[in-house]
Design a protein around this ligand. Structure first.
Ligand code: SAH
Length: 256
């Protein structure tokens, strides 16, 4: 897939793209990332991308013209004239919260464009005319959309085919199947007398698989019970969760 990041800080991404899964995805030609410098689409000597807000008040607002031209250079014009398989996003704390389900959806697109916002915000006509969706990476305010665009790039890179060595690793990760992942241990089996669960050393694959599944269910139950409502659960999973519920109820101190 192709990912185009429109930003006033193109250098911001270079370190992050030089290592890890993003680099692997690019090297394997599963991902093409172009970083588009918004200032290249200005037409004044100061390469101005912002201006003060109509109505006054603090902060600056990103101008529409450079964004319009940058998107035109990527062949993604107004929303109405956009090819299927292409989506243009804007970073915004007010947007839809990015999650693994969205990552899976976007990873299947041909071309994803992310406009990185800055300053107090972006001229609203950009969202109205050009943006298919605004997305947020959480309920906090960043100084710019670049970290959010990087988060999305990383999440999509590892979902491209043949990027992560074994795709079943991606599938067992948290959220992918609707649960949190299980816990992991590695050598040494004994460290300062701190041991690891015996079942993992047993070599009995069916038991190991069941123990991991139960650990994933236990973690999800304790840390993110909200996920259980939509997770894909077998009857054995449901039975285990009922046992867990009873166990937890017994652990709770009796109400006064
Ligand atoms: N005045 C805006 C915040 C501006 S922060 C408001 O209160 O809604 C500057 C820019 O950083 C935003 O335009 C957006 O592009 C980006 N940004 C800030 N927080 C973000 C978040 N949680 N997720 C994604 N982008 C964010």
């Amino acid at each position: 897939m192709r990912l185009s990041l429109v930003t006033i800080f193109p250098d911001w991404f270079s370190g992050a793209f030089a290592d890890g899964m993003i680099r692997v995805a690019v090297e394997k030609q599963k991902l093409q990332v172009d970083v588009v410098n918004l200032r290249d689409f200005t037409d004044d000597p100061h390469r101005t991308v912002d201006d003060s807000p109509f109505g006054g008040g603090p902060g600056m607002v990103m101008k529409i013209e450079p964004i319009d031209r940058a998107l035109a250079s990527l062949n993604v014009g107004e929303k109405s004239a956009r090819p299927a398989g292409t989506r243009v996003l804007l970073t915004s704390p007010q947007g839809r919260r990015f999650d693994q389900r969205t990552a899976i959806e976007w990873a299947a697109l041909d071309h994803l464009v992310i406009v990185c916002g800055r300053y107090k915000g972006v001229d609203e006509r950009v969202a109205e005319r050009f943006i298919d969706e605004e997305f947020s990476i959480g309920d906090f305010v960043l100084s710019g959309g670049e970290p959010a665009a990087l988060v999305v790039t990383d999440a999509l890179a590892r979902l491209q085919p043949d990027v992560v060595g074994r795709f079943d690793s991606v599938e067992s990760d948290s959220f992918h199947s609707g649960l949190l992942d299980c816990a992991y241990w590695t050598r040494p089996a004994d460290y300062k007398g701190w041991s690891v669960p015996e079942v993992l050393m047993s070599g009995h694959h069916a038991n190991i698989e069941r123990a991991r599944r139960e650990e994933a269910l236990r973690r999800t139950f304790d840390r993110r019970p909200d996920l259980l409502a939509t997770a894909d659960l077998t009857s054995a999973d449901r039975k285990f969760l009922r046992t867990l519920e009873r166990e937890r109820a017994q652990e709770r101190p009796a109400e006064q």
